[in-house]
Design a protein around this ligand. Sequence first.
Ligand SMILES: Nc1ncnc2c1ncn2[C@@H]1O[C@H](COP(=O)(O)OP(=O)(O)OP(=O)(O)O)[C@@H](O)[C@H]1O
Ligand SMILES: [Mg+2]
Length: 217
Amino acid sequence: MIKFNHVYKIYEKDIKALDDLSFSVEKGEFVFLTGPSGAGKTTVFNLLYREDIPDMGTILVENSDIAHLARSRVPYYRRRIGFVFQDFKLLFDRSIFDNIALPLVLTSTAPEFIYKTVNDAIKRIGLEGREDVDPWHLSGGEKQKVALARAVILNPPFIMADEPTGNLDEENAWQIMTMLDELNRAGTTVMVASHNRDIVTRMGKRVIRLERGKAVE
Ligand SMILES: Nc1ncnc2c1ncn2[C@@H]1O[C@H](COP(=O)(O)OP(=O)(O)OP(=O)(O)O)[C@@H](O)[C@H]1O
Ligand SMILES: [Mg+2]
C-alpha cells in the first residue's frame, strides 16, 4: 500500500530530515514509527499527506507516485487518509460537533446523515452531551479523541497518528490505542508515531525505528 524508495528530505542548512529511507507498509498492517525527537517521524507523515515532496526518491501509495499528483487531485487523495496531527489542529472557535463534522461538510453529505454520523462518533469517544462545547474546555485526552474522531469520520482506508498519546495519562493513552487497534481490526491500515516504549511494546506490532532520517530496525 505504501512504499518509500530511497527517500531523501533535506531542509535548509543541510538538515537531512530523511536520509535514504526505504520501507513499505502492507494493506491492513498496523505499524509503529519510533525514534528520538528529530528522527524524521513527522516528516514521513507530512510527505505521505502530500504537504511536501521528497528531494530524491519516490513514495508510492497504492502503486502511484504521489509526487506526481496534480494539485487539483490532492484534496481527493487526502480524503483517503485520516491524519491525527501531533498538535491536534482542532478549530478552537468551533464546537466539538463542528470539528468532527468538518470533513463530512466539505464532502457535502446530506445534513441528516452528518447529524447521525457525528453524534455516533461523539458517543463512541464518550463526549455525549458536550457536542456544543468548544475545544478550549477539553482535557488533552478529550482533545486527542476529538482529533481522532474527526480523522476517521470519512472511514479512510489509511490512518496516520502522530504521537497520539504524547501528553496523555496511561488510561487515556490506552483508550486511544484501543480505538486505533479496533479500526485496524476492521481493515484500516494504521501508522502511529510514538515515543512511548511501554505502549509500543505492549501493543506488539511491527516497529520501524528511525534515527537521523534512516531506518535502523
Ligand atoms: N519545515 C522544516 N524546516 C526545517 N527543518 C525541518 C522542518 N521540518 C522538520 N525539520 C527538521 O527535520 C528533522 C526531522 O524532524 P521531524 O519533525 O520529522 O522529527 P520527529 O521525529 O517528528 O521529532 P519529534 O519526535 O520531536 O516530533 C529535525 O531535525 C527538524 O528540525
Ligand atoms: Mg514529530
